[in-house]
Structures are given as structure tokens and as C-alpha cells.
Design a protein around this ligand. Structure first.
Ligand code: SAH
Ligand code: SF4
Ligand code: F3S
Length: 454
């Protein structure tokens, strides 16, 4: 018997404790929180360690091959020393993409539940108890949000709030349109209500989430058509909400209104994650990005006109099928032109079912490695320059967590940099004014002015 076939402890068929482990993007983190809250309202309690829990939910990511491999190794590790194991649910994008195939690869998986169906987890748990198949990868017409219990108040200064789901863009390398389904915006009132609940619980910063968050559309409470900028303006009216962020945006959905909002809504933080993926127009076309290098640069220029100190972040893929050395150089060129504050960069990973996986001229791993390290060297240099340029500024940070040493607290600057302060008199959740006194590659050190800005 291999570890993936270990029997479940019969005593755990009606689980009373659970553990959720989320991989992948912030939307998965958000989904994981909603699952935990739902199980909490059912009377279940969270367990700190996976092996201690009666039910373990692996909330998975399918974006690159490595992310998927991780899930299968994690499943194997859930077997306890005595040979028993918890009830295991695979949720998230791998669940959606692979469905019941997961149970053929790892036979001790009890539940497979997709990202649009997890509101039905309690039913699926019951099904396992009855010995029935518990696979649900439906994309129901009625959104899960209507079926989930209202948010429970969390005593945390920062919170995520998914405002739209799915993606209609179909970039040729990407699984998201298949794993998350079509773009669906949540309603204005559902979002505003949820934001108020989060703020009542103590959230001072909310990050609005969506795979193409700036494609959000809806109607306000007076029936007027609204876009993301209108929604941000409404949320900015919540008095105790001090900061608003959003991620991830697509260049083509960067509306004039949203660009203008960066200039005139103080609570909207000066940070924009706007992936371009590559700097060469032939590659962008093959990726089906439907923007050019130039149109992207023009958007950045306009955003900077509206908010000169805005920090720009992005995502890059190196080694897309057919990418020549010269085409890769165009990626380095666009990075030089934009001057990023921070970025994520990846080697292209062929994903089953996506058009790019079947394209000719897949790039050898060694070439991708070399391109990635050149790109990352440049991006790291830009990040260090951006951080260094913050030294000497006086700015506000929102304290989020304790640091390593006694009295140390770590907060985020408006530009999403981590700032470490030694300030035993302050607490997590405080918004404080600090002088930035030094910068390292990944964080800054600040000195408080011994007064709370809030
Ligand atoms: N909706 C967002 C983010 C999608 S996933 C956007 O369009 O920007 C996050 C990032 O993963 C992408 O921006 C892309 O850089 C990367 N990514 C997606 N599919 C990939 C693949 N097949 N191989 C490597 N990186 C990929
Ligand atoms: Fe994927 Fe492209 Fe959609 Fe982003 S915009 S989620 S990269 S298909
Ligand atoms: Fe991964 Fe799904 Fe998010 S594939 S990046 S968890 S939408």
C-alpha cells in the first residue's frame, strides 16, 4: 500500500475539525477564508496542523505545472504516523481542471470541489459519510456568493474581497478561463455590505480581487451603470476604511475613470499591478493579449500623469513558444522603459488544453533559465532602486504583523513595501507616520514619529 492509498480513520467520517491550505493567487486565499468561515458556521473548528484535523482542504492552483505537482506531494504527506489520515478535499483550480481524475492519481482523496462550487462542501462531506462519490466541478448559474453565509468579522487590519470572478480574455498560455469560468461581477450592494462587515471587524485596508478586477461592471443602488472607479469611490466613503487596493488588472480594462480615480481618491493606494507579460508585439499577439507594448506604455504614462508617485508592478513570462532572443530583448527593453517597483516573472509552463501548449517551437529549459535570470537581475535592480528612492521620505504605514524581535512591528507603505519599525507602544492595525531610514532588497526600516496618524 503506498501512502496515497492509506485508509481513513473511520472515526473521522463526520469531521469536527478542519484545516484549509491555500495555494496560488489571492482569490484562492479569499476562497479559503470563505470555506473556513462556512465550516465555522456549521460548528466545526479550525486545527493548526493538517494532520491534526479531521478534514483537510487543499485549495489548489493550476497555473503552472509546479503548482500542481505540489498538491500531489502534499496529499501523500497527510498520512499520520499511525497510518490513519484525515478526510481529504481537493478544492480550487486543480479540482476544476482535473475533476475525478484526481482520485485516480491519489485514491485517498475523498472530495473534489471546484472554485465555483465550494458552497456545497457541507453536502459533499455528508456524501463521503454515506460512501457516495463527492465530486462537484459545476459552474452553477447562480453564484456561490448568494449561497455562502455572510462574512464573519475577522480581527485583522487587512482583508481581501473578491468582487468579480473568472476571465474572458483567453490568453493562449493560461488555464484561468477554464478553471474559473466566465467573467461575473458581484453586485454593488453585496460588495459594499461585505466591505462594511470587514471594516466593522477591524479591517483598515481592503484589497479588491478579481482575475481581471478592473473589468468589474455593475449598477449602483440608484440603478446607474458603474465601473470599478465608481465602486472604489463608494467604498472610500466608509469612514474607518483607510486604504483601498485592487488586483489583478488587465491593460485593456484600464478605463479613463479608473486612471482618474488614482489622481483624486486619497484612499486608493498609489500601487498598480498591471501585467504586460512580454515586450514584443509578435509574442503579445501570439499570447492573445490584445494590447501592444506601446499601448501598455501609454497607459502607464497616463496613470503616472494622474498619480506621479504610483508604484508599478507586473507579471512576465519568458520562453513563450517561438520567442527568439531578439524578442526576449524587447521584454528587457519594456522593463527598462517602465521602471517597476516589483514584479513576478515566470518560465512559460505548457498547460494542458491551452492553445500555446500545442504551438511549435517550445523553448528549451536551459534557454528559459538563462532568460529568466537575466530578467530577474534587471527587475531586482529596479526594485532595489525603487526602495532606495523611498529612503528619507515620511509616509504612513499600516501595521500588519509582529516582527522577529521584541517590540518590532511590520507594516506596509502605500507602495506595498514592508516597513519594519521598533515601536512597542504601537499595535497591529495602527496607521502610523514614519520616516523611512534605510532600505534593503525586500524591506525598509522606518522610525515612528511617536504619534498615531489615525
Ligand atoms: N489575470 C491576471 C493574472 C493571471 S495568473 C493577468 O492576466 O495578469 C498570474 C500570472 O501567472 C500571469 O500574469 C502570468 O504571468 C503567469 N502565468 C499564467 N499562465 C502561465 C503559464 N502557462 N506559464 C507561466 N506563467 C503563467
Ligand atoms: Fe489568464 Fe490572460 Fe485571463 Fe490573466 S487575462 S487570467 S493571463 S487568460
Ligand atoms: Fe491559480 Fe486558479 Fe488563481 S489557477 S492563480 S488559483 S485562479
Amino acid at each position: 500500500m503506498n501512502r496515497n492509498d492509506a485508509p481513513r480513520n473511520p472515526a473521522t467520517t463526520a469531521p469536527t475539525t478542519f484545516h484549509v491550505k491555500s495555494f496560488g493567487c489571492q482569490m484562492n486565499v479569499y476562497d479559503g477564508e470563505r470555506m473556513a468561515e462556512m465550516l465555522g458556521t456549521q460548528g466545526m473548528t479550525p486545527a493548526a496542523e493538517g494532520t491534526d484535523a479531521d478534514l483537510v482542504i487543499l485549495n489548489t492552483c493550476h497555473i503552472r505545472e509546479k503548482a500542481v505537482d505540489k498538491v500531489y506531494s502534499d496529499i501523500g504527506r497527510l498520512t499520520r504516523d499511525d497510518g490513519s489520515r484525515p478526510m481529504i478535499a481537493v478544492a480550487g483550480c486543480v479540482a476544476q481542471a482535473e475533476g475525478s481524475e484526481i482520485q485516480r492519481r491519489a485514491r485517498n482523496v475523498d472530495i473534489v470541489v471546484g472554485p465555483q462550487a465550494y458552497h456545497r462542501l457541507p453536502d459533499l462531506i455528508d456524501k463521503v459519510g454515506r460512501g457516495e462519490a463527492a465530486v462537484d466541478t459545476d459552474m452553477p448559474a447562480a453564484s456561490k456568493f448568494g449561497a455562502l453565509p455572510a462574512r464573519t468579522k475577522q480581527a485583522r487590519p487587512t482583508a481581501f474581497l473578491t468582487i468579480m470572478e473568472g476571465c474572458d480574455k483567453f490568453c493562449t498560455y493560461c488555464v484561468v478561463p477554464y478553471t474559473r469560468g466566465a467573467e461575473i461581477s458581484r453586485s454593488w450592494s453585496a460588495i459594499v455590505d461585505e466591505a462594511k462587515t470587514l471594516v466593522d471587524g477591524g479591517a483598515r485596508e481592503i484589497t479588491l480581487l478579481g482575475q481581471n478586477v478592473n473589468a468589474w461592471t455593475g449598477e449602483d443602488d440608484k440603478g446607474r451603470a458603474q465601473g470599478m472607479d465608481g465602486l472604489v469611490r463608494e467604498l472610500a466613503k466608509i469612514p474607518d476604511l483607510r486604504r483601498i487596493r485592487y488586483t489583478t488588472s488587465h491593460p485593456n480594462d484600464m478605463s479613463d475613470g479608473l486612471i482618474a480615480a488614482h489622481g483624486d481618491i486619497d484612499k486608493l493606494m498609489p500601487f498598480l499591478h498591471l501585467p504586460v507579460q512580454a515586450g514584443n508585439d509578435r509574442i503579445l499577439k501570439a499570447m492573445n493579449r490584445s494590447h501592444s507594448a506601446d499601448s501598455y506604455l501609454r497607459i502607464i504614462e497616463r496613470v503616472r500623469q494622474a498619480r506621479p508617485d504610483i508604484a508599478i508592478s507586473g507579471d512576465f513570462i519568458v520562453g513563450f513558444p517561438g520567442e527568439t532572443d531578439a524578442e526576449f530583448e524587447d521584454t528587457l527593453r519594456i522593463v527598462e522603459q517602465v521602471r517597476y517597483a516589483q514584479c513576478y516573472s515566470f518560465k512559460y509552463s505548457p498547460r494542458p488544453g491551452t492553445p500555446a501548449a500545442d504551438m511549435d517551437h517550445q523553448i528549451p529549459a536551459a534557454v528559459m533559465d538563462e532568460r529568466l535570470s537575466r530578467l530577474q537581475a534587471l527587475l531586482n535592480r529596479q526594485q532595489a532602486e525603487f526602495n532606495a528612492a523611498t529612503v528619507g521620505r515620511t509616509t504612513q504605514i499600516l501595521l500588519e504583523r509582529k516582527g522577529r524581535h521584541p517590540g518590532q512591528l511590520i507594516g506596509k507603505s502605500p507602495w506595498l513595501q514592508s516597513v519594519v519599525v521598533t515601536a512597542p507602544e504601537l499595535s497591529i492595525g495602527d496607521l502610523v507616520t514614519v520616516d523611512i531610514i534605510s532600505a534593503g532588497p525586500n524591506s525598509l526600516a522606518g522610525e515612528t514619529l511617536r504619534r498615531k496618524a489615525a
